[in-house]
Design a binder for this molecule. Sequence first.
Ligand SMILES: *[C@@H]1O[C@H](CO)[C@@H](O)[C@H](O)[C@H]1NC(C)=O
Ligand SMILES: *[C@@H]1O[C@H](CO)[C@@H](O)[C@H](O)[C@H]1NC(C)=O
Ligand SMILES: *[C@@H]1O[C@H](CO)[C@@H](O)[C@H](O)[C@H]1NC(C)=O
Ligand SMILES: *[C@@H]1O[C@H](CO)[C@@H](O)[C@H](O)[C@H]1NC(C)=O
Ligand SMILES: *[C@@H]1O[C@H](CO)[C@@H](O)[C@H](O)[C@H]1NC(C)=O
Length: 433
Amino acid sequence: MTVGKLQQQASQYMCSLKGSLLTLAILTLISFTYLSINSLQSSSSSSPSLSPLASGSVVKQLQRGTDIETETDTDTDAETKENGKSFDNEMPDLYHQPQIFKLNYEAMERNFKVYIYPDGDPNTFYQTPRKLTGKYASEGYFFQNIRESRFRTEDPNQAHLFFIPISCHKMRGKGTSYENMTIIFQNYVESLIAKYPYWNRTLGADHFFVTCHDVGVRATEGVPFLVKNAIRVVCSPSYDVGFIPHKDVALPQVLQPFALPAGGNDVVNRTTLGFWAGHRNSKIRVILARVWENDTELDISNNRISRATGHLVYQKRFYTTKFCICPGGSQVNSARIADSIHYGCVPVILSNYYDLPFNDILDWRKFSVILKEQDVYRLKQVLKNISDDEFVALHKNLVEVQKHFQWNSPPIKYDAFHMIMYDLWLRHHVIKY
Ligand SMILES: *[C@@H]1O[C@H](CO)[C@@H](O)[C@H](O)[C@H]1NC(C)=O
Ligand SMILES: *[C@@H]1O[C@H](CO)[C@@H](O)[C@H](O)[C@H]1NC(C)=O
Ligand SMILES: *[C@@H]1O[C@H](CO)[C@@H](O)[C@H](O)[C@H]1NC(C)=O
Ligand SMILES: *[C@@H]1O[C@H](CO)[C@@H](O)[C@H](O)[C@H]1NC(C)=O
Ligand SMILES: *[C@@H]1O[C@H](CO)[C@@H](O)[C@H](O)[C@H]1NC(C)=O
């Protein structure tokens, strides 16, 4: 089913202003439905057939009120058809639905509003990030970026979503125990529930929090509705633990600042087939090292590269390798994925049940290799079977997505912050007070 067809159908039903409103509603819905279907059938790339569901929901959305109208400029339709097309041509492969993404992203930039609860002493755990470096920098960047962005509103009545600005990373930095973290989180949320009317309207369904460390996720479990209803933006999104793919959002784990500049246009220098070095803190890493440590084509260390080896030796390997192996550690995620993307080394995802960041928007198979843990034994065979042309295409696409996996301050269009905001925007469509 193409967007074009839908647009035609839509304009047959309504030929005026309403037509463009309906079109946008349909596009928005398809994008959300696509997301859900995609989560359910992760490997299928065929177009989902979703007409009954979509049309039913469109009617429901339109009946629900004027929300869609306020989100639409009347000239959007004509304007975006053009832009959508060139966007489509530019990057035909990377997005599941380039036109829908483009349209809906722009609607998000124009309209999305988030209310940040102002409560809490910024010197303790609230409001401000701990730091913008290290393995959990993504949490700090989000806290900082949302304040710098135009998405923030001081008027809760204008807000689509409510941000609960409490930082578990900051608590950890101050040495707070896990038990105390849970209590602090619970007390804070309960104070917001008592003071403001917003939580009680949906029991938290239009609220979200952001935490990168998995300890932060567990610390929120003292408030059951945070788990059941609120949107959790987390770095460790695994299908087989508490993460709920249709509601929660995968936060990319990005270790910034990067030690060296981005890679790209450098396939001639990529002479090593595969690379991994790191802590063996998970079963898959132990197996990876055991199976491949002495291989002459795969550069797999059975430990971290010591600093004594030389300046930035670890990072420089990413420039000379075709495929960087990214096995999960204590969680499915690893900062190595964003490192690989940054340095232009095609990531090989070796985690089961990982809801990859922006999976609903980006087609990861166009810029990475996604394997199951059990594939570790045939890793070399799989990588050697990827032709030079296929590798060049993967690498080229990888360079295109670098911008989506990078934080900036202030944030810029299409960066990691905006992609997270877009995922939140998609979720706000199904939560209406
Ligand atoms: C936990 O909270 C209790 C009570 O406030 C305090 O006495 C204790 O020192 C805290 N422990 C840690 C590790 O933060
Ligand atoms: C929200 O509901 C809870 C539980 O019923 C109640 O204790 C609290 O006062 C309510 N909040 C507001 C602002 O009314
Ligand atoms: C390839 O590596 C050499 C030596 O490190 C470097 O001088 C050159 O700039 C690299 N080429 C590209 C395209 O990055
Ligand atoms: C790799 O080489 C080391 C040293 O020769 C040896 O101890 C180890 O068993 C080898 N590993 C494998 C998987 O062959
Ligand atoms: C090698 O690649 C081809 C197509 O690219 C695929 O059909 C085949 O199954 C692959 N073989 C292995 C062993 O992965």
